[in-house]
Design a protein around this ligand. Structure first.
Ligand code: HPA
Length: 262
């Protein structure tokens, strides 16, 4: 049975509420095991994965990103829509705004960020001029319009190593470099998805002004609370997007990727 889409739920998006006929899957790859829930929505088969594991128990720097993406490849899933709670550096994308990511700046430090580690897996340099899938991004914009939801385009995401929040000097620097939003998980997730030839998009939900822009100190609880009060529009967007999924991929994500070892 063909699975059309994977949803990777970030902070605050923990359950596949919109899906029915649920089935738990455990997919083992050479990188480790991933847990997923398979289900249906309208006529589509969808898998859902909670990025931080059951009960938000895995911190950003310990997520097994390679096992998660390899599991999707093993299941034959062609497309991924991820959600992400993010801090915002851009007053045009205030807390509560939904933003589609278009570019990233990578400030992670110690992660397994590639499937191509030399040796048996080979040496591969993948194009990242446009890291997110243009077809899936367009579809999400259409889905937002259809559902009457506001979704901004063009988010530049800064990925930090975490799990600590940033200093105000770091945020000032990221802003000068052109960053709009800051989070801890999109790299290497988007990188591995492209390396493996998957279409990947991220819907970011701004939960807080970043350090030094906010007059308050930051807390994970604030992120969780703001996400909880906005999660409904993320869900509505996802449901609208699933209904619009075209059978054919007209982007070049598959061609830009390569076969990975599973
Ligand atoms: N910084 C990093 N990650 C985040 C933030 C933030 O301010 N808010 C939500 N995730």
């Amino acid at each position: 049975m063909k699975i059309e889409l994977a949803i990777i739920g970030g902070t605050g998006v923990y359950d596949p509420e919109m899906l029915s006929d649920l089935e738990q899957l455990e997919v083992t790859t050479r990188y480790g095991t991933a847990l997923l829930t398979k289900g249906t929505f309208k006529d589509s088969n969808v898998v859902f994965m909670a990025r931080h594991g059951a009960g938000h128990s895995v911190p950003p720097h310990k997520i097994n990103y390679r096992a998660n993406i390899a599991a999707l490849v093993k299941l034959g899933v062609p497309r991924v829509i991820a959600t992400a709670a993010v801090g915002t550096l851009n007053e045009k994308m205030p807390p509560g705004a939904m933003v589609l990511l278009e570019q990233f700046l990578d400030f992670t430090k110690a992660r397994q960020a590639t499937f191509f580690d030399g040796g048996e897996s080979g040496v591969v340099h993948t194009d990242f001029t446009r890291p997110y899938c243009s077809q899936l991004n367009n579809l999400l914009m259409q889905a937002a319009a259809k559902a009457g939801l506001e979704l901004q385009e063009g988010g530049v995401y800064v990925c930090t190593e975490g799990p600590r929040f940033e200093t105000s000097a770091e945020i000032k620097m990221y802003k000068q470099l052109g960053g709009d939003l800051v989070g801890m998980t999109n790299v290497p997730e988007v990188v591995l998805a492209r390396e493996a030839g998957l279409c990947y998009s991220t819907v970011a939900l701004a939960t807080n002004y970043a350090a030094g822009i906010s007059e308050f100190e930051l807390s994970h609880q604030e992120v969780v609370d703001v996400m909880a009060s906005n999660v409904d529009k993320v869900r509505r967007l996802l449901m609208s997007a699933i209904e619009l999924l075209a059978a054919e991929r007209t982007c070049n994500c598959k061609e830009l990727g390569n076969d990975i070892l599973l």
